[in-house]
Design a protein around this ligand. Structure first.
Ligand code: HPA
Length: 273
């Protein structure tokens, strides 16, 4: 057994007695959504710091735990806080929580994040359904010996974001009169925001929103055969599209402001899965 898979199964073995049910949906809570679990019927929590060798986020507002609860009648495990590649963890550690949630039984991975909008028709506070991604600016989490127990060496990436889940999210948004944009998300490593020239490059590649997370998790989940969906909250217009410099505080503030509506969109979507 390879080291990365052993670390994963050790993590799983160390918490398996504390997992209250097999979740259907694994929900990764991005910036601003940290309080989402307050609105669900919580059954159990596991602090990341209780899990041996588990990567713990160093970003303010990202401190972490798994929260198990029901959204309507759907059993869900939420990740309150995620680790980012820019924190210095190997990318295999960044995707370890995603892999762990699959071992817990999750079939669907629901990714959320905050991003910078590149599409000129986007504004701060918009939600974007992720229809595809560009991964080639962040290291691929599958590099290294393939973990045959999880998936194949050369996974197909033709449809990473499940079409049926996308349709359900579109319907949940329109039924609840929540405006929903769509587009391509690119993950760069961060932690610096992009330069205006990088934003022009990304726009020319067809990118609609850019951030520092999500794609590596989607690749790992796709490898394991999970059904994946994602929504990005456009927290700001990207570098060079506005006069003022970008700050983490601006991102956090915009994400916090959009959070109540974002939470509603997530809840209504999950209920319909
Ligand atoms: N760039 C990258 N990541 C981000 C941004 C951005 O402008 N906003 C929120 N996350």
């Amino acid at each position: 057994m390879g080291q990365i898979y052993k670390k994963l199964t050790d993590c799983y073995d160390s918490i398996k007695d504390r997992i209250p049910f097999a979740p259907k949906v694994a929900l990764v809570l991005g910036s601003g959504l940290g309080n989402y679990a307050d609105s669900i019927d919580v059954k159990a929590e596991i602090e990341y710091s209780d899990i041996k060798d588990f990567p713990v986020s160093t970003v303010p507002g990202h401190a972490g735990k798994f929260i198990f609860g029901y959204v309507g009648s759907v059993p869900v495990v939420c990740m309150k806080g995620r680790v980012h590649y820019y924190e210095g963890y190997p990318v295999t550690d960044v995707v370890l929580p995603t892999r762990l949630m699959k071992l817990m039984g999750a079939e669907i991975l629901f990714l959320t994040n905050a991003s910078g909008g590149i599409n000129a028709s986007f504004g701060a506070g918009d939600f974007m359904l992720i229809t595809d991604h560009i991964s080639c600016f962040a290291p691929n989490p599958l590099i290294g010996q393939n973990i045959d127990e999880l998936g194949v060496r050369f996974p197909d990436m033709s449809t990473v974001y499940d079409k049926e889940l996308q349709e359900k999210i579109r319907k949940a948004a329109s039924d609840n009169e929540i405006a929903l944009k769509e587009g391509i998300y690119a993950q760069l490593t961060g932690p610096s925001f992009e330069s205006p020239a990088e934003i022009r490059m990304l726009r020319s590649l067809g990118v609609d929103a850019v951030g520092m997370s999500t794609v590596v998790e989607a690749i790992a989940a796709n490898h394991m055969g999970m059904r994946i969906c994602g929504i990005s909250c456009v927290a700001n217009l990207a570098a060079g599209m506005v006069e003022h410099p970008l700050t983490h505080d601006e991102v956090q503030e915009a994400a916090n402001k959009a959070a109540p509506l974002f939470q509603k969109l997530i809840t209504e979507s999950i209920i319909s899965f």
